[in-house]
Design a protein around this ligand. Sequence first.
Ligand code: MSP
Length: 511
Amino acid sequence: MSKPKFYVTTPIYYVNDVPHIGHAYTTIAADVLARFKRLSGSEVFFLTGTDEHGQKVEQAAASRGEPPQALADRMSDHFKALWRKLDISNDYFIRTTDERHKRAAQALFQTLYEKGDIYKGEYEDWYCTPCETFWTESQFEHAKHCPSCGRPTEKLKEESYFFRLSKYQKPLLDYITANPDFILPESRRNEVLKFIKGGLRDLSVTRTSFKWGVPVPVDDKHIIYVWLDALTNYLTAIGYPDDTAHFNRLWPADVHLLAKDILRFHAVYWPAFLMSAGFALPKQIVAHGWWTVEGRKMSKSLGNVVDPHQIIDQYGVDALRYFLLREVSFGNDGDFSHTAFIGRLNADLANDLGNLVSRSLAMLGKYFKGVVPEANEDQGVTGELELLVEQSIGRIIALYDEAYFSRILEEIWVVVAAANKYIEQMAPWALNKEPAKIKQLAAVMYNITEVIRIIALLIWPFMPNTAAKIWRQLGIKEALESSNFYEITMWGGLLSGTVTIKGPPLFPRVE
Ligand code: MSP
């Protein structure tokens, strides 16, 4: 039987600057999904990359006195390097300046044009370069300032080709209404519905006033609007327009992950382009919230941009991965503060998880020379714990369908807490003092070690390094990542006789 496929994407990031924790957040979230799906037996294609054309990148390059391609080369290397350091398991990294992508963007433009959905006109309105977004006067809340980022916009008047977005107002509304899980979370879905109901105007999809973009196939005075160019990446990366077999295997995407800032492009423009071109729509668009830093918007001018490298070098990759996905309720905005970071590192990681592993393996070393004893259900000390673990796993699987990462971690920590409580209740140190209770002690120590094995599996998508360290300490020979989630999370998988090796603390406390 062939494996189910799972195609997950992040936005492709602009190369006007180096990546920060906001970019890291989306990419880690996508990585968690990709890892979980791989472990669950799916054939995963996980895509990320860089968005390299447009006025914003052209201006950033000009202000640095370098050609845009040179800036794009340098910055896309920064993104790639950060993803390697963060253990991101992407299967492909797309760049919109790849020749193959440029041809794909032109092919999609040509298709929409031949469909009769692109026509020539004149654009006269306002443009926000940082957001690469067109605005009309009626959309302003503060005169001429971008309703999305608040920065001043500039007046544009140029010949332009337009996409008949208005034609798709009703089909889009019908589709979103009929598919309640298409846009998550629900609050974001409602925003999109409201936006569409407010009326869709045709969208300018070409520019003439600057050069850094993909030439329009039917008119080389024009370049393709950076968002039409960028969105096409989700097709290019899987073979469009040449490799039909690969494309048909993976399209439609299962999940596009992104933040609320670019939801409209993904949940309105992109589906409209796809409808026009006759492609199926992505199955799900998941929009998360926005990170601030110590209560303020992250910005270069405020000098509060959090550099992921610094955090990783100081506290480790897994601590950052954990904190970002645990700290905010997925979908809501979140705040990155040093105090909160250290708080979680000490409480959740060093205390709850780290101590569980180190004290359990220390006891196993003391009582059984580190060798996993026999499982023994007859001792009556297993049932409750086993049931709790099973129920948690059931909830975790369901939460993955909603991409509800913070809740998944909470649920894993229900298991961690249960394991700690089990140790307190069973008090192996007391059982060890009574020779008649040796069988019970053995059963208890088996159970504790077994829960730790399951916890390692559950945290692996979030903290692959920590999971691997626990796995090694448990002395399990089979590679964690080549196992199957549904099989190995079943209670009783740990073999008695396995020789554990206690290691250094997983997360030293930070003062
Ligand atoms: N190039 C476009 C996307 C094209 S996709 C076809 C773009 N790039 S971006 O570099 O600005 O990245 C935006 C995305 O980065 C957000 O949607 C989000 O995924 C992530 N984030 C950037 N800053 C962020 C925060 N402060 N908080 C949370 N996520 C953030 O838009």
